[in-house]
Write a protein that binds this ligand. Structure first.
Ligand code: SAM
Ligand code: SF4
Ligand code: SF4
Length: 343
């Protein structure tokens, strides 16, 4: 008798989407108070962040990551809150980098601690970083991060990341009308020819605290037209199905940019992202109202198989497509905060 070949079953949700990306929030804390994410009025001095015992340990995160990789995850992104505030983050990266099957291990950061940590992150096995930067104008940037953090130190972090080989460095700019849309062309000019990929993100109605209005969104189409008027660009094919950023390249060869039209051109149909909150709840959409507590399972002595079965059941019943059905009725619904499950 020949050996029985195990046929891998592909886990898909109710809209036939596989699970390919896992975003892990490693902390709900942040040293910035971006007005669109953690406004000071809510995340003030008295705000109760998660206590350490409620956070998943590195061993727990790594164990879950392995179980997700067994189900098809190939990309892992660490986020938060500010992931570089989590003590010992390089140890976690080293642990995740050892999991066979992880093709892309990345992290999204506000860049404030990156100049200091880039080399250690790369040495631990991180592949790339995405750095958030909303303007090159100190006045605008400081008003947005709301803690007076200067642009120059984020730029230092970006250069340190590139020097450490965490490339290509992606730079995320959330565009909010009347706040930083005046910085679009300056940002394009600065990052053209740098090798870094600037990505413009439509401001979203995440969480319940940022007072989102559709009027605040600068549509991706408008962003593209404005850049094209100054530095002509042309579209580029997507790298893979499900890539969220629409790619454009400068016709003069100065590199490329991305636009993430999460509001005006929703991409739920190809959304393959699962999210794990810092306290170990699984969310199947950025706009979810409820998660599934995996920490309780981990801490009750469940086996990998049992945890895997729970994940399979959650993913198989997933039908989320919030951005496609966003309307005035959905905007006010309760949702989980972005700083809690990560962007
Ligand atoms: N603290 C890290 C940072 O800022 O890069 C990681 C976490 S942050 C929640 C992840 C990403 O979400 C950032 O690029 C941030 O700009 C983006 N983000 C936060 N609130 C947003 C909103 N309302 N609309 C669009 N993007 C948002
Ligand atoms: Fe912090 Fe990032 Fe949210 Fe800004 S976007 S408050 S840096 S978690
Ligand atoms: Fe994915 Fe939810 Fe965003 Fe749609 S709204 S792209 S399902 S995270």
């Amino acid at each position: 008798m020949g050996s029985v070949t195990k046929i891998p079953l592909v886990l898909v949700d109710r809209l036939q989407r596989p699970v390919r990306d896992l975003r892990i929030s490693v902390t709900d804390r942040c040293n910035f108070r971006c007005t669109y994410c953690m406004p000071k009025e809510i995340f003030g001095r008295d705000y109760q962040f998660l206590s350490r015992d409620l956070l998943l340990t590195f061993e727990e995160i790594t164990r879950l990551a392995r179980i997700f990789v067994d189900r098809g995850v190939r990309k892992i992104r660490l986020t938060g809150g500010e992931p570089l505030l989590r003590k010992g983050i390089t140890e976690l990266i080293a642990m995740l980098a050892e999991i066979p099957g992880v093709e892309d291990l990345t992290l999204t950061t506000n860049g404030s601690l990156l100049a200091r940590k880039a080399e250690a992150l790369a040495a631990a096995g991180l592949d790339r970083v995405t750095v958030s930067l909303d303007s090159l104008d100190d006045e605008v940037f400081m008003a947005m991060n709301d803690v007076g953090f200067p642009v120059a130190r984020v730029l230092e972090g970006i250069e340190a990341a590139a020097a450490a080989g965490l490339t290509p460095v992606k730079v995320n700019m959330v565009v909010k009308r009347g706040v930083n849309d005046g910085s679009i062309e300056d940002m394009a000019e600065h990052f053209r020819g740098s090798g870094h990929i600037l990505r413009f993100i439509e401001y979203m109605d995440v969480g319940n605290t940022n007072g989102w209005r559709l009027d605040d969104v600068v549509p991706a189409k408008e962003i593209v037209e404005r850049i094209d008027a100054v530095f002509p660009i042309e579209p580029v094919e997507a790298n893979y199905v499900g890539e969220v950023a629409q790619r454009w390249r400068y016709k003069d060869g100065a590199g490329e940019i991305g636009v993430i039209a999460s509001v005006t051109q929703a991409f739920c149909a190809t959304c393959t992202r699962a999210r794990l909150s810092a306290e170990g709840s699984l969310y199947t959409c950025l706009f979810a109202t409820r998660g599934t507590d995996l920490r309780a399972l981990l801490r009750s002595g469940a086996s990998d198989e049992e945890i895997g079965e729970t994940i399979d059941a959650v993913w198989a019943s997933r039908a989320d497509r919030y951005s496609e059905i966003r309307s005035s009725n959905t905007v006010g619904l309760p949702k989980v905060e972005m700083s809690y499950i990560g962007g």
